[in-house]
Design a protein around this ligand. Sequence first.
Ligand SMILES: *Cc1c(COP(=O)(O)O)cnc(C)c1O
Length: 379
Amino acid sequence: MSAPLREAVVDLDAYRSNIDRVRDWMDPVEVMAIMKADAYGHGIEEVARAAVDAGIRWIGVLTVEAALRLRSVGIGEDVRLFTWQHDAGLDFRDAVDSGVDLGISNVDELARIVEAVDQRPARVHLGVDSGLHRDGATAEDWPTLVQAALAAVRDGSIEVVAAYTHLAEASDDDDSAAVRTFDDLVEAAEDAGLDIRMRHVAASLAGLERPEFRYDMVRMGANLFGIPGADGVSAADLGLRPVMTVEASVAKTKRVPVGTGVSYDYTYRTDTETTLALVPFGYADGLPRLAQDRIEVAINGVRYPVAGRIAMDQFLVDVGDDDVRVGDTVVLFGTGDRGEMTVLEWGVALDTIGEEIVCRIGGRVPRVHVGERHTDDRP
Ligand SMILES: *Cc1c(COP(=O)(O)O)cnc(C)c1O
């Protein structure tokens, strides 16, 4: 059997186990599993099926396009699909017909949704801009949106499923102020006669750290992928398991003399006779070029730094006199069980967050899903 050059192994058992863990914590609050950006690079169809198998009934997918894709592969209407980023010209008809939940920010979106309604009312979540200044209506625009929503409810075009907001996570005080804004606006909407059934506010970090922000539902992405966001807290500390492991296999080895310049620009030279191992994974695959002096990879349980420049498709490691052979597995990041770094450690080393690392694993890196269950018996 030939070893794959590069792959991202996605452990669906780990994902389901993270769901169980998080649902236990949040109980009785509902958990919406967030899967924007192709499930944070993990592959949305497989991840969505795993989530549903684990009992998830709310999935956040960002766009109507992604929601319709999940409907088309058999995620039925027992599962609510929440979307909140809509392009300006979007025709909402298919979304409404497929019972997709629509987060909206303004009267223009609402008007286009009302126009798209045919057989059944649209399911709408009213967004509040509580200070992040991304989606949602500002306090200034809120009363107009509420009036338009009231009119649309009365004529049967929409049902208001929820009000929601998203926090900046800048500080506890900032988040508390944002939630006060949210509460005030929701109360004003209710005073105006709008019936708001659910509220959702918190994502991974606030969901864990600010129980008072859980309301009826928390929207969790990073935690479920085993990438917790609090400083200095590892997945293992929380009983979460990293879901993605990125691997390559040694493609070539070469014995070279002392003083050999390695890769572009010769930023690394061997200080003795040694063996270089070629790893077929480059910046096109999501290993940033500036990772050169910042990350290490594991081969047969031993950590090695990157030797010389990272290229588009490959990099080298200096393995000394170790017995490293063509086909040996190189673990870039994963659970840590084989001596490798975790994605959280990559995030720290690269001055970013684990979410960015997993989302940027390149399109030519095959996602290999393990722990998939047969779902043929699902209705
Ligand atoms: C990404 C996102 C989430 C999930 O965030 P995590 O920190 O990954 O849990 C929740 N809500 C919205 C609106 C988002 O954009």
